[in-house]
Design a protein around this ligand. Structure first.
Ligand SMILES: NC(=O)c1ccc[n+]([C@@H]2O[C@H](COP(=O)([O-])OP(=O)(O)OC[C@H]3O[C@@H](n4cnc5c(N)ncnc54)[C@H](O)[C@@H]3O)[C@@H](O)[C@H]2O)c1
Length: 275
């Protein structure tokens, strides 16, 4: 339908095509970030991804680039270092001539414990990793995203909305990411920049496996993780990547929204109903 306000609506897009676009994914060497790197490169994008550790970065960029049609490039960067993250974003956008999408994914979930056992240093360093890096990444990317009318996707978490046992610091950090997303979406709409959150439930990644391995009963922890979803399994990193691609390439009238990808874990008051 034609717009009565005179504002032009975008022409129809192929939601699986992101050719010619430049994307930055923080924390892309494994897990959800890796899923995003692979999906966006398979849609034709030039993806620059980072990690604070070198492990796996070069191999992943070689494999993804060989597969095409897009390409992936690894850069070592600790997102908790504001100067390094700002330089990564700015240098990438200047060198490649544009920036279309920033996915703020790098983050960590500390082992579960009551608030009494968290130190102030632990809380502050988690906020620096999970929240400050999102602020820094967005601030550095926006001058370029305003030119391309691009988008930001912040990886939050389902537990920001429903809470989680013995995880006060993590849940607080992801709540901050969600709120920042909404406030930034309000400010940037006038520039045509969309800012959305993706909130995964249980996604089978190395981080989730770490939680399994550290638990007193690893088999039970994994079984409980699978059973938490009415869909009967955990999600995959690729499924989260596909949602992010849809938000970037196709969801052109969506901003400031928390997109939960949880296999229905929170539905029906979280109660699991057996037949
Ligand atoms: N897996 C889940 O079930 C789940 C659920 C909700 C939210 N999340 C969120 O999704 C994001 C990714 O989680 P995941 O499960 O894929 O984790 P993961 O540990 O499997 O992978 C994390 C990635 O981030 C990178 N990274 C970590 N610290 C970094 C730093 N300081 N600087 C740069 N890179 C860094 C790692 O190198 C890795 O590439 C996190 O923000 C996490 O909180 C995950």
């Amino acid at each position: 339908m034609a717009s009565s306000s005179g504002a032009s609506s975008p022409s129809p897009t192929d939601v699986t095509d992101y050719a010619g676009r430049v994307v930055i994914v923080t924390g892309g060497t494994r897990g959800i970030g890796r899923g995003c790197v692979e999906v966006f490169a398979s849609a034709g994008a030039h993806v620059v991804f980072c990690s604070h550790e070198p492990d796996g970065g070069a191999e992943l960029s070689t494999t993804v680039t060989a597969r095409g049609p897009g390409r992936a490039e690894f850069a070592r960067c600790d997102v908790a270092d504001a100067g390094a993250l700002t330089a990564l974003v700015t240098e990438t956008a200047v060198r490649l001539g544009r920036l279309d999408c920033l996915i703020n994914n790098a983050g960590w979930h500390p082992p579960h414990k009551p608030i009494d056992d968290f130190t102030l240093d632990e809380f502050e360093s988690l906020m620096r990793l999970n929240v400050t890096s999102v602020f820094v990444g967005c601030r550095a990317a926006l001058p370029f995203l305003r030119l391309s009318r691009g988008c930001i996707i912040n990886i939050a978490s389902l537990v920001a909305t429903i809470g989680q046992y013995h995880a006060t610091t993590y849940v607080a950090s992801k709540g901050a990411v969600l709120s920042l997303t909404k406030a930034l979406a309000v400010d940037e709409a006038r520039h045509g920049v969309r800012v959305n959150a993706v909130s995964p439930g249980n996604i089978d990644t190395p981080l989730w496996q770490q939680a399994v391995d550290q638990s007193p009963d690893p088999r039970r922890t994994r079984a409980d993780g699978e059973a938490a979803q009415p869909l009967g399994r955990m999600g995959t990193a690729e499924e989260v990547g596909r949602l992010c691609l849809f938000l970037a390439a196709g969801a052109t009238f969506t901003t400031g929204v928390d997109h939960i990808i949880s296999g229905g874990a929170e539905l029906g008051y979280g109660r699991k109903v057996a037949d």
